[in-house]
Design a protein. Structure first.
Length: 151
């Protein structure tokens, strides 16, 4: 900032266009200062709204206040995966089940969807209900792979 402006404490308020004198110290938390114009009414304003002036009151536009850049805060690691990679048995189609679940064929996937329509509310309540769809599928391995969920 200009040395004359610092010594005199004279600024031009960008919002009002008035010449003001700084009468209170800067609050570093929100970067406000107490100023008073020719009407002797004190008010708070942001440092960013003040243009320093020399002792004659001429604004020095080359030395305007710039708020220092704050260090960017790192994004915390999620406690739980935000993106669900598992497949919801109740909303997936037979094609999705067959493509994404290892060891599950299209015929068995269609059978799962048929069983689903016969259930109350047409939804599975637990993954154990899938076991009645086929005895040829190793359901323990499918459930252990954590590829499915009931939602």
């Amino acid at each position: 900032m200009n040395q004359h402006a610092q010594a005199a404490g004279i600024f031009q308020d960008k919002r009002t266009g008035k010449r003001v004198r700084q009468i209170g110290g800067a609050n570093h938390k929100d970067e406000t200062v107490l100023v008073k114009g020719n009407d002797n009414v004190p008010y708070y304003t942001s440092l960013a709204n003040l243009i320093p002036c020399d002792t004659t009151g001429t604004p020095d536009f080359t030395h305007t206040y710039e708020r220092p850049e704050e260090a960017d805060e790192p994004i915390p690691e999620p406690v739980v995966d935000i993106i669900e990679t598992r497949l919801n048995v109740n909303t997936a189609t037979a094609e999705e089940l067959a493509k994404r679940v290892e060891g599950l064929g299209y015929r068995t996937a269609k059978r799962i969807k048929e069983i689903q329509t016969s259930l109350p509310g047409e939804v599975f309540r637990s993954l154990d209900q899938l076991k009645s769809a086929s005895t040829r599928v190793n359901w323990d391995a499918v459930l252990e792979a954590n590829q499915l969920f009931v939602g």
